[in-house]
Write a protein that binds this ligand. Structure first.
Ligand code: NAD
Length: 452
């Protein structure tokens, strides 16, 4: 089947490439000429494990094309027009900014109309995370250019995780598609047949609204789990409990599950913050507030602020003149994505309080440099980052930090202090690292003068 993917970012590039990988013919469109130029010359505009190889092999197999022009997709006779453009949080009221989505839909409709071929049938599919009601709006926009019998709208929300996106596409827990059009639902079922044939479940909803809601419900639920465990982590510290053991004891209960039950510096990334805000806005607009989600965002904001207090307390109440190593800037490991990363809250605050920071991120450093500019020093390895520091703070759970030889690194620091906001180490491991070790929801470990 022929697929056009509009928007070639994290979602569009991965899903477009994966549709090609499962045998479809795909054209990926992006209005950013630099992105398309890079892709055509074999350079990936984003970091995602395994992506480069998959893009290359599918280009070679002639199943994957890239262009800046939506007219090329009309020429290509695509059946599906997937909209995978950004839906950032609007600056005013927390709602999702749908400008890119509507522009993409209208441009595609115009290009299809200009191409002619009146017997064809196209499905406009929202892959972007869009508030309930958006697909209906898209139908109105497309309907200004194409006759009603010529097209249908559908929703096919994306659940991939950055860093494991290819695996998530090829082995999804489920695929969700929703449309009022039987024809569109049948076409989407056919499109996903290579996955469903292998036993991957397909959830078909009879309205686009349900599919749109499923995405927000899933993401805000996961965000809620994170806020819940972060709340409990702080309580654990007060009552002498261990949040890692708590997560284990809770998460093994199949009704609860162990995923997204890991204490950390607060959720960030391109999805949870904006999706929680957008659902809150939609729910308020409809007079049916989602109070749990409202609490989730409040807890997350407070928690990030408390991470700063925690760091400050570890340095004896003042950060002035302290040399601090920052380990990790991306919002999570295995991605270069900096959007809404907890580091964007923590780093500026430490700088404002007079700390001198040197940071290292194995993959996100270039994106981080563009955001922090000269205010932040960058190093190229853990060893270089922590050398001579008064302490180190782990913000992202990169394996590099777990694997580092802390017994050796401790000796190169002015003060061997590790503030681990990801609980990378067991307390037993921390006890032999030769560091003062402060983590989340657990007892602190002191070096007691030991050098490991
Ligand atoms: P992104 O910013 O990485 O990519 C969006 C791309 O769309 C950009 O390259 C931009 O140039 C392009 N674009 C914008 N308008 C266009 C137009 N009219 N024509 C062609 N290209 C256009 O965004 P992303 O992270 O891929 O997210 C896309 C959507 O998917 C969002 O709604 C997001 O919430 C959702 N989503 C993201 C993830 C994730 O992990 N990143 C997961 C699930 C869902």
């Amino acid at each position: 089947m022929r697929v056009c993917m509009i928007g070639t970012g994290y979602v569009g590039l991965v899903t477009g490439t994966c549709f090609a990988e499962i045998g479809h013919e795909v054209i990926c469109i992006d209005k950013d000429p630099k992105k398309i130029e890079k892709l055509l010359s074999g350079v990936m505009p984003i970091y995602e494990p395994g992506l480069k190889e998959l893009v290359e092999s599918n280009i070679q197999a002639k199943r994957l094309l890239f262009s800046t022009k939506i007219e090329d997709a009309a020429e290509f006779d695509a059946t599906f027009y997937f909209i995978a453009v950004g839906t950032p949080q609007s600056e005013t009221d927390g709602s999702a900014d749908l400008t890119y989505v509507y522009t993409a839909a209208e441009d595609a409709a115009k290009a299809i109309k200009a191409k002619g071929n009146g017997t064809a049938f196209e499905v406009f599919v929202t892959k972007s995370t869009v508030p309930v009601g958006t697909s209906r709006e898209i139908a109105k926009i497309v309907g200004k250019h194409l006759s009603e019998s010529r097209f249908a709208v559908a929703s096919n929300p994306e659940f991939m995780r950055e860093g494991a996106a290819i695996e998530d596409f090829l082995n999804p827990d489920r695929v969700v598609v929703g449309s009022r059009s039987e024809k569109a639902r049948a076409l989407l079922e056919e499109l996903y047949r290579p996955l469903t044939r292998q036993g991957r479940p397909l959830v078909v909803t009879s309205t686009v609204e349900t599919a749109e809601m499923i995405k927000y419900a899933a993401n805000t639920f996961l965000a809620t789990k994170i806020s819940f465990i972060n709340d409990l982590a702080r309580l654990c510290e007060k009552v002498g409990a261990d949040v890692e053991e708590l997560s284990l004891g809770m998460g093994l209960d199949k009704r609860i599950g162990d995923k997204f039950l890991k204490a950390g510096p607060g959720y960030g990334g391109s999805c949870f913050p904006k999706d929680t805000a957008a659902l809150i806005k939609t729910a308020r607009d409809f007079g049916s507030p989602v109070e749990i989600v409202e609490a989730t965002t409040r807890v997350n904001d407070n928690h990030k602020a408390r991470m700063i207090d925690k760091i400050k307390a570890a340095f004896g109440g003042s950060l002035k003149g302290k040399k601090i190593a920052i380990l990790g800037l991306a919002f999570k490991a295995k991605t270069d994505d900096m959007r809404d990363s907890p580091s964007l809250t923590i780093v500026p605050s430490l700088l404002d309080q007079g700390a001198e920071l040197t940071a290292f991120d194995p993959i996100a450093a270039d994106n981080a440099r563009a955001m922090f500019g000269k205010k932040l020093n960058f190093a190229d390895s853990v060893a270089e980052t922590v050398k001579g520091a008064d302490g180190a703070v782990v913000i992202t759970e990169w394996d590099e930090f777990r694997k580092a030889n802390w017994r050796v690194l401790a000796k190169s620091m002015r003060h061997p202090l590790l503030i681990d906001l990801r609980n990378l180490f067991t307390l037993q491991d921390a006890a032999v690292m030769g560091m003062d070790y402060i983590s989340l929801g657990r007892d602190a470990v002191a070096t007691n003068g030991k050098d490991g």
